[in-house]
Design a protein. Structure first.
Length: 261
């Protein structure tokens, strides 16, 4: 694949990751190339399992592993809540990942979007305790994925917890850990509901050189009972443009780089 073709494929993937679908005409305008060239790019991306061609355009692939949950109301609500914002956060967070890095992704809907934003990339190793993230990445030859073991915490969160999770971590170091959660507060740090899950997230954090929090705007200022990570360990917060200046000011004051997507 030529450098020009690779660059077009990268632009197409970023467009689809940010908007979920696009027409051939939109992609022609985006890439500045011809419609036949765009169609050839879409065929190549579809063969890699990254997109699905549609009549007149393309859309992101919906993984079949979620099919058993399609009629689960709680799963649907979780998937749809702030979905567009989470896609944008995932794409922005993925931009922080460099080739040849080892990264960690904790279980969660926003970190899942980071994983999806990395599927077309090369030379990255991913460590996760989320079954769904591992499943979505495992068929991509440019990535190496490690799934931490444990008990399934909740089917809808796909999170593995328990003492077995830490065994593989003993032999792995992470360049960057991307942590999700149910709340982030400028004084209390990142928190969630389940103490077992928080413990596993902390074990991943202990092996990371850099910690990046990924939270949609609805979670800023929220505090839950289980501590995941104190504020002093967090280097960067990636959130949505929906977060107000007032909401993010305490994090900036704490020396945290805030990226809004």
């Amino acid at each position: 694949m030529s450098t020009k073709t690779e660059r077009r494929a990268e632009e197409i993937m970023k467009r689809l990751l940010g908007h979920a679908e696009a027409t051939v005409e939109e992609l022609v305008d985006l890439t500045g190339t011809s419609a036949p060239s765009v169609r050839r790019d879409l065929i190549a991306l579809e063969r890699r399992g990254l997109i699905r061609r549609t009549h007149g355009g393309a859309s992101l692939v919906e993984p079949l592993l979620y099919e058993p949950f399609r009629y689960d109301v709680s799963f649907q609500a979780r998937e749809q809540k702030n979905a567009a914002q989470k896609r944008h956060i995932g794409l922005a967070a993925a931009e922080l990942v460099k080739e040849n890095e080892v990264i960690g992704l904790t279980a969660g809907s926003t970190t899942t979007q980071i994983g999806r934003s990395l599927r077309h990339r090369q030379g990255i190793q991913v460590v996760t305790n989320a079954i769904n993230i591992a499943m979505e990445l495992c068929n991509q030859p440019g990535l190496r994925t490690y799934l931490l073991g444990g008990m399934v915490q909740h089917a809808w969160s796909f999170s593995l917890t328990g003492p077995h999770t830490g065994h593989l971590l003993d032999a792995l170091y992470l360049d960057t850990l991307f942590i999700g959660g149910l709340g982030i507060d400028a004084q209390r740090g990142i928190t969630t509901i389940e103490h077992d899950e928080a413990e596993n997230f902390r074990a991943m954090a202990a092996q990371a050189r850099t910690i990046v929090a990924v939270m949609d705007s609805s979670k800023i200022g929220v505090v839950k009972p289980a501590l995941v990570c104190p504020i002093g360990q967090i280097k960067t917060l990636v959130t949505g443009v929906e977060a107000s200046a007032e909401a993010i000011a305490p994090f900036t004051a704490a020396g945290i780089l805030v990226i809004q997507a």
